[in-house]
Unconditional design. Sequence first.
Length: 131
Amino acid sequence: MTGTHPIANTSLHLSPEVEHTHHHHHTATEDQTGKENSAHPHVHSEESLRKIVNRLSRIEGHIRGVKTMVQQNSPCPDVLLQIAAVRGALDKVARIVLDEHLTECIARASEKGNIDVEIEQLKAALDRFLP
């Protein structure tokens, strides 16, 4: 395959964050084990959630593009480059989610006096997330 692959030039950057006052409330969430986790209600702006979902949708498309490259027997270095791009984009989403958690959820827990519980949950999540 010669030339650049169409997904090689895919931009994963979104416009700057826009403050949105409407909030979406989750009263309980389920963790990976399916157990209900109601330590605190998650309150994130719909705009913030939409931007994260949009990023994940772009990553999903990017991964499909990488799969197509493999199916078309594209050069391995090109495939590895796109895998690195997907990994970087996924890391960026994780960073956005963590930043949001720290600024919203941890701050709220501090105000309510249950920050110790929040920090323990965050540490447990980071232990699973980080190698």
